[in-house]
Write a protein that binds this ligand. Structure first.
Ligand SMILES: *[C@@H]1O[C@H](CO)[C@@H](O)[C@H](O)[C@H]1NC(C)=O
Ligand SMILES: *[C@@H]1O[C@H](CO)[C@@H](O)[C@H](O)[C@H]1NC(C)=O
Ligand SMILES: *[C@@H]1O[C@H](CO)[C@@H](O)[C@H](O)[C@H]1NC(C)=O
Ligand SMILES: *[C@@H]1O[C@H](CO)[C@@H](O)[C@H](O)[C@H]1NC(C)=O
Ligand SMILES: *[C@@H]1O[C@H](CO)[C@@H](O)[C@H](O)[C@H]1NC(C)=O
Length: 276
């Protein structure tokens, strides 16, 4: 996926003197600085920053006429109040970044020659703490010494969700795609009397969130089992069993789109009745 992306970017490159991608990973809400590596702009230099596929100009310095411009209204104003341009170095600073600012930024430095650089900015959403609930569809009366739990997260992209027993990894599921998936769940089966400490960890490439499992609290008798708010159909669709070993699943883009849109429809129609 990434290789393909790099390849495509490369194909779109028509200028001579274009340098490869510099990748910047940043957390939503943080700031990122894209460096020109210039210590001082020369007298007649023109520094131009562009964004996106259409590569519209978002900031420009024409040093010869002392002009420093920020084009905050392009791209529906998504850069408004978020761009700063260092007039000594030409560095571009994007503050309070959001996922809308994810993408390619192109720097062109024109002096006697023209040189371009591309920056690939990847914005990661802040992660919510995953939720552990009992999976009632799996808790039949016959297997009363076992308790099946689900660790779930909503609206995630490019994450992995894992169960740990103490410090050792039990199972894991990954969505390595940059598209948003609506719900991701991972089951765990435990004995009621299990004394080990279990935790469910949600990771993206730059941060993580942990939820600790309290077996006594969640694995009550089945009458008190408050079912997860999703029917068996949804559970079958979204839960990919990984009870043994590590399962890393790269979900195809098409599958995600297909399932997410169906799930969205379902959610919408369920909304008025609220939670159980
Ligand atoms: C700036 O310098 C760094 C470190 O040498 C390099 O990786 C990067 O590509 C340079 N960026 C530009 C725009 O020249
Ligand atoms: C950052 O952006 C968010 C969403 O665009 C906005 O709600 C928030 O007020 C901004 N925060 C600051 C400190 O500008
Ligand atoms: C769990 O802990 C209790 C009390 O601390 C102990 O009696 C019991 O044997 C332990 N069970 C296991 C499976 O280790
Ligand atoms: C979670 O992040 C912290 C630091 O941010 C790191 O020390 C820890 O190893 C991470 N845990 C996992 C399971 O990735
Ligand atoms: C687990 O939940 C039980 C019942 O709600 C509570 O009494 C106990 O303190 C909790 N244990 C931990 C480690 O939080």
């Amino acid at each position: 996926m990434f290789l393909k992306f790099v390849f495509l970017s490369f194909c779109f490159t028509s200028l001579i003197g274009v340098f490869g991608d510099e990748v910047k990973s940043v957390m939503e809400g943080d700031s990122v600085t894209l460096h020109t590596n210039i210590t001082e702009i020369k007298r007649d230099d023109v520094i131009e920053w562009r964004f996106g596929r259409q590569t519209s100009t978002i900031a420009k310095i024409i040093n010869g006429i002392n002009q420093v411009s920020i084009y905050a209204d392009v791209f529906d104003g998504r850069f408004r109040h978020r761009l700063q341009l260092n007039d000594q170095t030409g560095d571009l600073i994007i503050t309070n970044i959001t996922t809308q600012h994810n993408g390619d930024y192109k720097l062109t430095i024109t002096s006697t020659t023209e040189i371009s650089y591309r920056f690939n900015v990847i914005v990661y959403a802040r992660l919510l703490v995953p939720v552990i609930s009992r999976d009632c569809t799996q808790n039949s009366i016959s297997s009363s010494s076992k308790c099946v739990l689900l660790c779930s997260v909503l609206n995630v992209r490019d994450v992995s969700l894992s169960w740990y027993k103490g410090n050792s990894l039990l199972s894991s599921i990954s969505v390595s795609d940059l598209n948003i998936i609506i719900r991701l769940s991972l089951p765990l089966e435990v004995e009621y009397q299990d004394n080990n400490t279990y935790s469910c960890v949600l990771n993206n490439p730059i941060t993580n969130q942990t939820q600790h499992l309290n077996i006594t609290q969640l694995c009550q008798s089945c009458s008190e089992c408050f079912c997860c708010c999703y029917g068996p159909e949804a559970v079958i669709r979204f839960v990919i069993s990984a009870l043994v070993g590590v399962a890393t699943i790269a979900v195809l883009v098409y599958d995600i789109y297909d399932n997410s849109s169906k799930d969205k429809e379902k959610k919408r129609s369920q909304t008025p009745s609220g939670h159980h």
